[in-house]
Design a protein around this ligand. Structure first.
Ligand code: FUL
Length: 690
């Protein structure tokens, strides 16, 4: 009897012993990379000489006297970044034009020769202090390419670069990321002081020793570059990672600035040799640097939210840039938008429904690796399958059906990235139904789904490099994104109203009254041919939450209009699409309105593309009954159009015309006049014939 008891006790003791952890699947992250992975979301600041020269890539011959912010406040940057839920700030200490934000001992081309703080300022010091105060980390962007330094292209420049890195990495405390830009014009196309000095990007910077210096001075810092070595570029500047994003990279095949990088390497490779995870960088405006003419182009909440889900939700970190303005502040509109984003993210992930689920798994490795490990917030615990078992399911069962639309899953990356394909299924009355599929998971994968209601959800891992390890699963029911509707109208007057999210209703009025949920509900496209004021609003029917109201002053439809120019592209100026434009070699646009139209003004939309050319600043507007004899209806300037290229509306005494002509007297850059749209402001039964 006693003997049996002993055997039983021994058996129990053996079973309660912790099961061995799975072996790592190489490559795996280093300690500094693991710490970096936790940051996820941090801010970029582009601010230096380009802010004052109004350029994106300065030439290097700018005078330090141009650098003169009037109200620089790094604490305002830090507060914004902190409030937005970001963990740090990377600052452009030196961009391609070579101007230095700190008083480097190795060049005169720096703040020390600027009027700012009477040449006594040190912006990196001020930022380091502000970051410390707000509990943020600081990173350094340093452009290897230098259009100012006399030695660029020669071996001496490498000493200069290392001396400067030594200053930056020893004088300001801990740095979490050193960002080496891969850009080097070197084409002769852009001009610039050192353009003719092409360098061999692979060998010139002697990266091995330069990285060695960074390691020596800041052992905890990750180094960013196209080729890593620690963090890689995502391959675009839109802030978007790939459906399949491996943290593994064939690092030895890549070098910074290689032309085929984006296409061949940016999404990583399943069998990449090194752990070099992706970082998605994007600016909150079209440009990296501040330009007043982009004040109306700060990214909308839907656009920022798409970026968030397509970067952090796809195994990448997110680096959002603020083009700090000439005052030295993050512009009010940028602050407003980034805070809208962080508020929405907090709402989306407010309550983790998975916490109430019962977990079961198709395979269990043993003690310490049970399914329930995916629900605790400790990062060192995870569920793991037995060795060699690649196909697995993790099922979450709820007492009562839940409604959800977000699914978050994380692999336990200290043992390497493993999952190759997975799907998500819900239990329905007729059995399991697949609602989403994916490829890689990595550090974090977020599925943004329609609403589903079910009592059971299961993650099905179909294939993996080795038996999977999952550290976390989260399930959320994000509230609907309720933002102002967008209006699209074609030439014939067909109207479409759009909101980014399904299940949100749009209500509108055509009689000038304020819309509410008793107004017309938009169901399908309709036509408006005559001048009409359309007011619209969007409402989430479940919560009653509504957007701000938008008013569109629609004018006569352009269905019968003809452009009097042989160039096919001239149609762009009456296609009602703000994103297309036409450049007129004759510096004018003439339109046959197809009928007599009583008009009391005109509307001109300049090109909306990033590098606008031919924006009309001084104009002459004429009307005609026969297209031959013209009468001047208005003459003047569009003030501030170059800085704020929005639709310009000009009124005059009502007249009836059949032809209109907008002529450029002067354009912003002296180039041929360009038109995105041209229209009239008309009124029925008003005005006299010419
Ligand atoms: C690019 C640079 O050329 C841009 O000016 C900007 O700094 C961006 C983040 O990286 O390569």
């Amino acid at each position: 009897m006693k003997k049996n008891l002993l055997i039983l006790l021994l058996l129990v003791a053996c079973q309660s012993q912790k099961t061995d952890a799975p072996a790592a699947v190489e490559p795996i992250p280093t300690a500094r990379q693991l710490a970096w992975q936790e940051l996820e979301f941090y801010g970029f600041v582009h601010f230096n000489m380009n802010t004052f020269s109004d350029m994106e890539w300065g030439m290097g011959d700018e005078s330090p006297s141009q650098f003169n912010p009037t109200a620089l406040d790094t604490r305002q940057w830090a507060k914004t970044v902190k409030d937005a839920g970001m963990k740090g700030i990377i600052i452009t200490a030196k961009h391609h034009d070579g101007f230095c934000l700190w008083p480097s001992a190795y060049t005169d081309h720096s703040v020390k020769n600027s009027p700012w703080r009477e040449g006594k300022g040190d912006l990196i010091r001020e930022l380091a202090d502000a970051c410390a105060e707000y509990g943020l980390k600081m990173g350094i962007y340093y452009s290897p390419w230098d259009r100012n330094h006399a030695d660029y292209g020669k071996p001496e420049y490498i000493d200069y670069m290392r001396n400067q890195l030594t200053e930056l990495l020893t004088h300001y405390g801990d740095v979490f990321e050193v960002w080496f830009d891969g850009a080097n014009g070197g084409t002769g196309y852009y001009g610039g002081a050192n353009e003719e000095r092409r360098v061999d990007k692979k060998s010139y910077y002697d990266w091995e020793n330069t990285f060695g210096l960074v390691r020596e001075l800041q052992p905890e810092a990750v180094i960013f570059g196209d080729a890593g070595p620690d963090v890689r570029w995502v391959g675009n500047e839109e802030g978007i990672a790939y459906e399949t994003t491996w943290s593994n990279l064939m690092r030895d095949s890549v070098y910074a600035g290689m032309p085929e990088y984006s296409e061949k390497y940016a999404s990583g490779q399943e069998n990449g040799s090194h752990w070099v995870p992706a970082e998605s960088d994007v600016s909150i405006r079209p440009g990296w640097y501040y330009h007043e003419y982009e004040d109306h182009k700060v990214k909308s909440l839907p656009a920022l939210l798409d970026i968030y889900y397509n970067s952090i939700g796809k195994n990448s970190s997110l680096l959002i840039n603020f083009p700090v303005d000439r005052r030295g502040l993050i512009h009010e509109r940028d602050v407003e938008q980034i805070l809208k984003l962080s508020t929405k993210i907090k709402e989306d992930f407010a309550i983790d429904l998975a916490q109430n689920a019962e977990i079961s798994t198709s395979n269990a490795r043993g003690k310490g690796f049970e399914g329930k490990q995916v629900l605790n917030s400790e990062k060192d615990t995870y569920w793991a399958a037995e060795d060699g078992v690649l196909e697995n399911t993790i099922t979450l069962a709820f007492e009562k059906p839940i409604t959800f639309n977000r699914f978050v899953v994380q692999e336990y990356i200290p043992l390497g990235q493993r999952v190759k394909t997975f799907s998500l299924e819900i239990e329905t009355e007729t059995g399991w139904k697949e609602i989403a599929k994916g490829t890689t998971i990595g550090f974090k994968r977020i599925l943004r789904l329609d609403d589903f209601t079910t009592g059971k959800i299961r993650l099905v891992i179909q294939d993996a490099k080795a038996s999977p390890t999952i550290s976390s699963i989260g399930i959320f029911n994000a509230p609907k994104l309720v933002v102002e509707p967008n209006l699209l109208r074609d030439k014939s007057g067909n109207i479409n109203l759009l909101v980014p999210e399904k299940g949100v209703d749009i209500f509108y009025t055509l009689d000038g009254t304020a819309p509410d949920k008793s107004s017309h509900r938009f169901e399908k496209s309709f036509q408006i041919k005559e001048p009409t004021i359309l007011k619209m609003i969007s409402i989430d029917p479940k919560t009653g939450k509504s957007s701000e109201m938008v008013q569109e002053n629609l004018d006569i439809a352009k269905a019968n209009w003809k452009v009097i120019h042989m160039d096919e592209k001239a149609q762009n100026l009456i296609d009602e699409d703000p994103n297309t434009f036409w450049t007129s070699t004759g510096n004018e646009a003439v339109i046959d309105l197809g009928a007599l139209i009583q008009t009391q003004g005109f509307a001109y939309l300049p090109p909306q593309n990033r590098y606008m050319s031919g924006v009309i600043q001084e104009y002459l507007f004429e009307g005609s009954l026969d297209g031959k004899k013209w009468t001047t209806l208005s003459k003047g300037e569009f003030s501030n159009i170059a800085n704020n290229p929005i639709k310009q509306e000009v009124s005059f005494n009502p007249v009836s015309v059949k032809f209109i002509k907008l002529k450029a007297i002067k354009t912003s850059d002296g180039k041929n006049a360009a038109f995105a749209e041209l229209g009239v402001i008309s009124r029925k039964n008003q005005g006299d014939n010419l």
